[in-house]
Design a protein around this ligand. Structure first.
Ligand code: DI6
Ligand code: FE
Length: 397
């Protein structure tokens, strides 16, 4: 076996499901050929065109942020201040702020403006060893403006050494021009945008915001019927601010993930387990909104629901531009274990994106690596505001 590049003298946290815990192999090595891992295991002799001596450093799979809204214009710092003065997120949204405020700024921005505004946010994630990012539309809320966002997301994928997983989130908020015609907007999503997005392969999945200030379970079901009819998987912002049984609705459509879940009940957790739907926990929104009801982690564990952790990077509820800090928050705010946090930003996050070729160090996976200046993988969760990345390896398809 000959490799293009081998990474020797390392300690591996493979995240391999066939091994317990983090799948630690120490000492270990990783071999890459043609952009794929051809070997991850104890040191063996192997010819290679290039060798990197990792000097005992830890190697994990490149991290995966499986839930972001990082393409947007403007900022909502003023709303943050208003919430500190007692206004609620819902009150601000019902008064025309929130998502609609960012919609106005995003509609006014050109594709070039949006790429330029989003690139620094993406850079910050990549600087922390992230090699795969899910990015949602959802701030256009109209045909051309949503297509513009999906084009910007595709442009970011072409311009950066990163795997991008685009999601269509037209069902994020009701745009002002449809205030008196909810059914008309839902029909626009189902009959115009989703067929076109599926045809032009502009998104891998369709997302929705099932909440009193957004879309009802019935409206989301219509959107998900259309997505399914056009061969697109679904994911859902579910039970974030109230229990509308969004988790069970997501499971009914075999959703890749149900996200937030602060108000999900036991029936929702059981339905997710039966459907294999990943629970994506978003501590940035919980923290920024100063929520008090944490997701039902014990119920999710009891039912065997796989848990992922993401930034939910967005200008309103979660202006959190650090996946490392998101892991720390998930541990301290939601009491996830270190192992749950690390699996939650690797193997389980990959499952939320229907990717089996990232998030794990094993032969056949893409060679996306993060090499760390740490003595213990737990440092990736315990650190607050410190980035121990030594080197990020991303391999083109
Ligand atoms: N839930 C959230 O927390 C974000 N979207 C969603 O459905 C909020 C997005 C924003 O406030 O801009
Ligand atoms: Fe979100």
């Amino acid at each position: 076996m000959r490799a293009d590049h081998i990474f020797t003298n390392a300690r591996l946290a493979t995240m391999d499901a066939t091994a317990p815990g983090l799948g630690v192999i120490a000492p270990g090595m990783v071999a890459q050929a043609g952009g794929q891992i051809i070997y991850a295991g104890p040191p063996i002799a192997m010819d290679a065109s290039q060798t990197t001596d990792c000097e005992g450093r830890w190697i994990t799979p490149g991290l995966i942020d499986c839930h972001t809204h990082l393409v947007f214009a403007g900022n909502r710092a003023g709303e943050f201040a208003a919430r500190l003065n007692g206004a609620s997120y819902e009150e601000i949204a019902r008064a025309g702020g929130g998502i609609k405020a960012t919609m106005a700024a995003t509609r006014a921005a050109s594709e070039a403006d949006l790429v330029a505004a989003s690139q620094p946010r993406l850079n910050a994630l990549l600087a922390e060893g992230v090699t795969t990012v899910e990015i949602k539309s959802g701030y256009g809320l109209g045909v051309e403006s949503e297509l513009k966002l999906l084009r910007v997301i595709a442009a970011l994928g072409r311009a950066n050494k990163v795997d991008i997983s685009p999601s269509f989130l037209g069902a994020h908020a009701l745009p002002p021009e449809f205030t008196d015609n909810r059914a008309g907007y839902v029909a626009l999503l189902c009959d115009d945008l989703i067929p076109r997005i599926a045809r032009e392969k502009l998104a891998d999945a369709v997302d929705g915001f099932c909440e009193g200030i957004a879309f009802s379970p019935d409206e989301i079901a219509q959107v998900f019927e259309a997505a399914t009819a056009h061969g697109l998987r679904v994911r859902l912002h579910a039970d974030q601010l109230s229990n509308l049984h969004g988790a069970a609705l997501a499971a009914r459509f075999a959703a890749l993930s149900a996200d937030h879940l602060e108000y999900t009940d036991d029936a929702g957790a059981a339905a997710m387990a039966a459907a294999g739907t990943i629970a994506v926990l978003l501590p940035g929104a919980f923290y920024s909104l100063r929520e008090t009801q944490a997701p039902p982690v014990a119920r999710l564990r009891a039912h065997g629901v796989k848990i992922a952790v993401a930034t939910d990077l967005n200008p309103g509820t979660s202006p959190l531009n650090s996946l490392l800090l998101a892991m720390n928050m998930a541990a301290t705010q939601f009491r996830l274990t270190v192992e749950e946090c690390l699996l939650g930003t690797t193997r389980h996050a990959a499952a939320a994106l229907a990717r089996a070729d990232v998030g794990v160090l094993r032969a056949g996976a893409k060679c996306h690596l993060a090499i760390w200046n740490i003595e213990d993988p737990a440092e990736l969760v315990s650190n607050i505001g410190f980035n121990p990345l030594y080197r990020r390896i991303w391999s083109p398809a």
